[in-house]
Design a protein around this ligand. Structure first.
Ligand code: PRP
Ligand code: URA
Length: 268
């Protein structure tokens, strides 16, 4: 067995290196926080296993895939046609919490004094951030409680958009966010990033209202949507549980999970 240090290079670079060398190789890659791949990655034989909380891929620089095993397990349950509405809702809620855990991992901290029952000490707190959750109606509503569980003092705005069935372009019908948008960190919520039209329009509306710091949290993304959002708004990082294969002719994500709004609310 060879043990190879593989400092500071991306997991994908290591994977091709392992393939070139052969079977019995263990590579431990320790990535720095400055690089986008802050993780320990283990390649053993031809298998790849990872304790990476978030995967990145060079083809989609704005995308973070939350690869935690619990997230991946729950997404598969979500995809299943037989999963009933009640369970579907619970899964969306749980996955939203787990994605939010990663999407908040870079919030800045500051030292803060704390009085324990025994003495005074210095703890840490998230520094002066005004967090705002913005679900895109309707399906984004299913993610609000799950994210708010981690940031209960966050304000909640709403953006109403639906996708025209023929053109697949978004039609907007509602917009309400806190007035001090320029001072806030926004978490835009929608389970599906398909063509990217809805997400790009929602981000544009938030920016018109003064927002400058926006993250997009979804469950399933299509390559087309990630690309369109990145072209229109390269400053917006997308957190998702899965990057799927493609869109079908009707603009549905494949393999996907179907119509998220209908499955959440039991319509159709
Ligand atoms: C779904 C989904 C997104 C949008 C994604 O909403 O919740 O908002 O489609 O598609 P896009 O990336 O191609 O824009 P839908 O338009 O079905 O509205 P609904 O939530 O009211 O059902
Ligand atoms: N909206 C959904 O709800 N599902 C898709 O697959 C695409 C858009």
């Amino acid at each position: 067995m060879f043990v190879l240090g593989h400092q500071g290079r991306s997991p994908s670079a290591a994977a091709s290196f392992v393939q070139q060398i052969g079977e019995r190789v263990l590579v431990v890659a320790r990535m720095s926080r400055q690089s986008q791949h802050h993780s320990l990655v283990f390649f053993h034989g031809r298998e790849v296993s990872s304790f990476c909380p978030m995967d990145t891929t060079p083809a989609y620089p704005t995308l973070r895939i939350v690869s935690h095993p619990l997230v991946q397990h729950k997404v598969s349950l979500l995809r299943a046609r037989t999963t009933p509405t009640k369970i579907f809702k619970e899964l969306v809620d749980e996955i939203a919490t787990l994605i939010a855990y990663e999407a908040t991992s870079e919030l800045p901290l500051e030292a803060a004094p704390v009085e324990t029952p025994l003495e005074r000490t210095t703890g840490m707190r998230v520094s002066g951030k005004k967090l705002t959750l913005v679900p895109i109606l309707r399906a984004g509503l299913g993610m609000v409680e799950g994210v708010a569980r981690l940031v209960p003092s966050a304000r909640v705005g709403h953006i109403g958009l639906y996708r025209d069935h023929d053109t697949l372009e978004p039609v907007d019908y509602y917009f309400k966010v806190p007035g001090d948008a320029a001072e806030r960190d926004f978490f835009l919520l929608d389970p599906m990033l398909a063509t990217g039209g809805s997400a790009a329009a929602a981000v544009a509306s938030l920016k018109r209202a003064g927002a400058t710091r926006i993250r997009f949290l979804c469950l399933v993304a299509a390559p087309e949507g990630v690309r369109r959002l990145a072209e229109a708004h390269p400053d917006v990082v997308v957190y998702c549980a899965a990057l799927d294969r493609e869109l079908n002719a009707q603009g549905y994500i494949l393999p996907g999970l179907g119509d998220a709004g209908d499955r959440l609310f039991g319509t159709r």
